[in-house]
Design a protein around this ligand. Structure first.
Ligand code: FAD
Length: 390
């Protein structure tokens, strides 16, 4: 039983919940914060199943700036999360992201690059020859342009989650194991949550950070977000040859790959994937949709061996595939939505956690205005689209 009263209740102890708890506790050490997580092994959570990428290559300013804060934060993660001098290592590898661009997207790429550079990103546009010079293994005959982010890279999502979780706990956040059945409201305010065992936890502020499972929970408070769990698969493979250090490559046909350990991981989103908690790996998807195109792009991948594969869930916002943050218009002002991150939540978690801390402690955004990513656009059905969704 978990009955009690807290200043802030966070439902979901994935990277969003734990980052929110860390940012709250860092700013207000006396705050009583509860993070309620139904499965502390995180067997099905999205965070540890993530590909771990961080990039400043987005098309809207908020996403670029959130990733910039995220990158800086992860560079100093060991210091932020140190406990008794023990610093977690998130294995940040800034080996670059390379988006390959076809002729029809050249103009958009130029405009987007200008915005990214205005905001301080060092992203470069590369002609095919320059790509080939840097990455001789790649075939670039059909490529019009490459967008290369030299500071972009990838990290270990599991280490990030554990770092946030442990440090938030060390700072005084209460980690409670339990499954939240519903959010309770009275007189237009959220008042607490009811757990599966019937116990109740009361709180002044409630943050719903339940990832791909957020929509059902929010509906119990009459908040209706169009967020679905959608399967995404990741395949790990090895080859015999040793290649030049490759970046995380995002192909114009939709697949991506990047180095991982002694091999590579890759994936490709299926636009027709039905919503649902599906964790089965479909190897046909790799054989038909990824491998042929990937071997064409990088011929040494013709002779590869898949050694491992897993599936995880994106929390897909059907309206525009961007995050949804903050209170619902005309809903309880002390209930904060925090979901819909699709495939870019890991890198946005530091900025999202900081934003939640500002909403709770300052009553509005202080450092980065995320109003355009709030619930208002969802309620009115006006998408705020990001062009660089993977
Ligand atoms: C295959 C894949 C690749 C990805 N690649 C990248 C990438 O390269 N870069 C990037 O930035 N992002 C990536 N992402 C996205 C990123 O992993 C997610 O956006 C992020 O992890 C979401 O964090 P979260 O805390 O919201 O969700 P989760 O990690 O799923 O955490 C939510 C938690 O809430 C708990 N919960 C749910 N309902 C309840 C309830 N009722 N009561 C109590 N607890 C509850 C769950 O058990 C879970 O632990 C990827 C995701 C996947 C699946």
């Amino acid at each position: 039983m978990a009955d009690g009263r807290f200043d802030v209740i966070i439902v979901g102890g994935g990277v969003m919940g734990c980052s929110s708890a860390w940012h709250l506790m860092t700013r207000a050490p006396d705050l009583k914060v509860a993070v309620i997580e139904r499965d502390p092994t995180y067997a099905h959570a999205s965070t540890p199943r993530s590909a771990g990428g961080v990039r400043q290559q987005f098309s809207i300013a908020e996403n670029i700036e959130m990733s910039q804060y995220g990158l800086g934060f992860y560079q100093a993660f060991g210091d932020h999360m140190a406990i008794d001098g023990d610093k977690p290592d998130v294995g940040l590898r800034q080996q670059g992201y390379l988006f390959l661009i076809g002729d029809q997207s050249r103009e958009t790429a130029l405009a987007v690059n200008a915005l990214q550079r205005d905001l301080g990103a060092k992203n470069e546009l590369l002609e095919p020859d320059a790509i080939k010079q840097r990455f001789p293994s790649l075939h670039v005959g059909d490529v019009a342009l490459g967008s290369f982010g030299p500071e972009d890279g990838w990290m270990d999502p599991h280490a990030i989650l554990q770092g946030f979780r442990k440090k938030a706990g060390a700072l005084g956040a209460n980690h409670i194991t339990g499954s939240v059945d519903s959010i309770t409201c009275a007189d237009g305010r959220a008042t607490g949550v009811v757990l599966g065992d019937g116990s109740r936890v009361d709180g002044d502020h409630i943050v719903c950070a339940a990832g791909a499972w957020s929509a059902a929970l929010l509906r119990t408070a009459s908040v209706d977000v169009p967020v679905d769990p959608v399967r995404r698969m990741v395949f790990y493979f090895e080859i015999r040859e040793e290649l030049e250090p490759l970046p995380l490559l995002i192909d114009m046909t939709g697949f991506y790959f990047r180095p991982e350990g002694r091999g590579y991981i890759c994936g490709k989103s299926n636009p027709a994937e039905p919503a649902g908690d599906n964790f089965e790996v479909d190897h046909t998807w790799f054989e038909t949709e990824i491998w042929p195109a990937m071997a064409e792009r990088c011929p040494p991948f013709e002779a590869l061996k898949v050694m491992n594969a897993w599936a995880g869930l994106y929390d897909v916002n059907r309206l525009d595939e961007n995050m949804i943050i903050g209170p619902w218009p005309d809903g309880p002002a002390n209930l904060y939505v925090l979901c819909g991150f699709s495939g870019h939540g890991l890198q946005q978690a530091p900025a999202a956690g900081r934003a939640i801390a500002e909403l709770v402690l300052d009553g509005g955004y202080v450092s980065l205005d995320l109003s355009r990513l709030g619930c208002a656009r969802v309620k009115t059905g006006e998408p705020f689209r990001e062009a660089a969704i993977v």
